[in-house]
Design a binder for this molecule. Sequence first.
Ligand SMILES: [Fe+2]
Length: 232
Amino acid sequence: MIDFHSHILPEIDDGAQSVEESLEMLRMLKSQGVNTVCLTPHYLAMDESPDEFLVRREEAFKKLKSAINESDEEFQTLLLGAEVYYYPGICKMEELKKLTLDGTDLLLLEMPMASFGEFAIREIEELTQSSQVQVVIAHIERCIKFQKKGTLERLLDCGVMFQVNASFFNSRKTKRKALNMFKEGTIHFIGSDCHNIKYRPPKIGEAVDIITDKFSKDSLDEFFNNQKEYLN
Ligand SMILES: [Fe+2]
């Protein structure tokens, strides 16, 4: 199982604040059956250049790797990525490709919790069609209620992918909507979006149990196989 969205890298954003916390989050995910973890710290273009971010990310990753090596435990496959916050003009950013997930063209794009508006939608379409990157919108469930009718369909039609957080399934309020989207095939990735062990711990196993209760093992296998394909 893949966790597509996490803030496990230590001391790089508002996620894990120590290596020990990172390791504990990985252990929690392992106990939930996750064998591949995408490490996606926040990237904000107004704060730093992609190169500056990549240096910081490498430092955090080194810290985590050496702690993993020192432990006698086996951990998951770790993939390096970023959660890139959208800004107007992003499609002109030449170094965007550097922020895609580990050797893939998948770009986890965080949109504001507001109506995307025509300009942003056009930019997302342009990015997706440029074949430079494949846009995956992060926790799309947070954005749905702000969008004009037809916006999500329009994005899906042009090839944009959607990631949802495990909490979309886990919350009683949104579970039905989440299961409907899963059934329609409009969810491409699930992420824990975990930030720490206390207030925003990884709970992806719970979401998978909810899906397993509702759908056949085959459809779940198909979902996870598709995810692997996208990562390849
Ligand atoms: Fe996130």
